[in-house]
Design a protein around this ligand. Structure first.
Ligand SMILES: Cc1cc2nc3c(=O)[nH]c(=O)nc-3n(C[C@H](O)[C@H](O)[C@H](O)COP(=O)(O)OP(=O)(O)OC[C@H]3O[C@@H](n4cnc5c(N)ncnc54)[C@H](O)[C@@H]3O)c2cc1C
Ligand code: SF4
Length: 335
């Protein structure tokens, strides 16, 4: 049985106090919200820390306003999935939250933790003994990438289900640091690096996610995974689209699990703007959207197949949001 290492558990009362504690501890402390990603990784010695800083002071409410909705970072994935308001106004987001992992983990896992969840790789998400036997890699304890040995960087995969949808919806996060608060677009929270995948300071606490008013935006999230539950995405597409009749007036398409950050399909978005929706147009847009996705051989199933499936998940998400929809829905492959 894998056991947690010894660490101090710190219980700040506010986000500012938590940020101060983290700044003082340098890289020897980490935040914990639901613990559904952090604790298994501590057991596998993927992280080594002296202290864990509890975030149980975080709000757990969803605030509806005329200019949008603020979701406290402590809201669990289960509450987000069940929220009538999120289902009515941002149903793609509510349903992406409902596709994370499994019911017990959604009862504990938070929307803040899901935005910050670690990148994944078959050579890294293993026990300490497995990694030692295989040879450690750049992301932890080693000095080479086992997937792309000639590469100077890590290609671990961004695997959050809700981050792509939050970006597609133009979401903003509030970050609390030791000396103040700032708000930035969710897209700016990430960078294309499997190790330093977050662009925020490590000591900043995500306290809230703001989703601007949706104004009839149609959304859909399509997730591809081996099983109907538990598994992380191996490809996914989040779509938020505005229509005037059947003409696209605005569109965002964000891919999950094909890069070290949620990957926005900018060329496909441009292609769709001003176009009349029909099956051929959506197919062409999906072809364009899939081009920048370059999955490597470090996640479940063959990366050649995953690459081919990116076009498919984008097309399905576009169809769900437009031709099939009217209201947003989520389609899960393999069920
Ligand atoms: C078997 C299994 C299957 C899973 N499947 C999926 C899946 O399909 N899709 C998916 O997206 N995830 C999946 N996960 C990962 C995880 O359960 C979710 O991402 C969950 O939302 C993480 O939230 P948490 O509150 O438990 O985060 P924690 O585990 O507490 O923290 C995760 C990371 O975020 C940091 N963090 C947490 N909250 C904050 C905050 N407010 N501010 C700053 N940093 C913070 C922590 O320091 C840590 O680095 C899976 C995990 C397991 C074990
Ligand atoms: S992509 Fe390479 S460096 Fe990154 S976790 Fe995988 S094997 Fe390690």
């Amino acid at each position: 049985m894998l056991r947690l290492p010894r660490f101090k558990y710190l219980r700040p009362k506010t986000a500012r106090e938590a940020a101060r504690m983290a700044a003082d501890a340098g890289n020897r402390a980490m935040f914990v919200a639901g613990g559904t990603d952090l604790f298994p990784k501590l057991k596998r010695r993927q992280f080594e820390v002296d202290a864990v800083i509890g975030l149980d002071f975080l709000g757990r409410a969803i605030h509806e306003g005329s200019d949008g909705t603020a979701v406290d970072a402590g809201v669990t994935l289960a509450s987000a999935t069940a929220s009538e308001h999120l289902n009515a106004a941002f149903s793609g987001y509510a349903q992406a939250a409902g596709l994370v992992s499994s019911p017990p983990l959604r009862n504990a896992g938070t929307i803040g933790g899901n935005l910050c969840v670690d990148t994944r790789c078959n050579y890294y998400d293993m026990t300490y003994e497995w990694r030692k036997a295989a040879g450690f890699c750049l992301k932890k304890d080693g000095d080479i990438c086992l997937v792309a040995p000639s590469s100077p960087r890590c290609w671990a995969v961004s695997s959050s289900d809700t981050a792509p949808m939050a970006i597609a919806l133009g979401g903003l996060v509030t970050l609390q640091g030791p000396d103040g608060e700032r708000e930035l677009p969710v897209a700016a929270l990430y960078q294309d690096d499997g190790i330093d995948y977050m662009a925020k300071q490590p000591h900043e606490v995500v306290t809230s996610l703001r989703l601007p008013a949706s104004n009839g935006t149609r959304t859909a999230y399509v997730k591809l995974r081996r099983r109907g539950s538990i598994d992380f995405p191996i490809a996914g597409a989040a779509v938020a689209i505005e229509l005037d009749g059947d003409v696209v007036t605005g569109c965002r398409i964000v891919l999950s699990a094909v890069a070290s950050h949620p990957l926005e399909a900018l060329a496909a978005e441009e292609f769709l703007k001003g176009k009349r929706i029909d099956k051929d147009t959506l197919q062409e847009a999906a072809e364009i959207a899939a081009k920048p996705a370059k999955p490597l051989d470090n996640a479940d199933l063959s990366h050649f197949w995953r690459k081919r499936m990116v076009r498919v998940v984008v097309e399905q998400a576009l169809e769900e949001a437009t031709i099939n929809g009217g209201s947003s829905r989520v389609k899960l492959l393999g069920q």
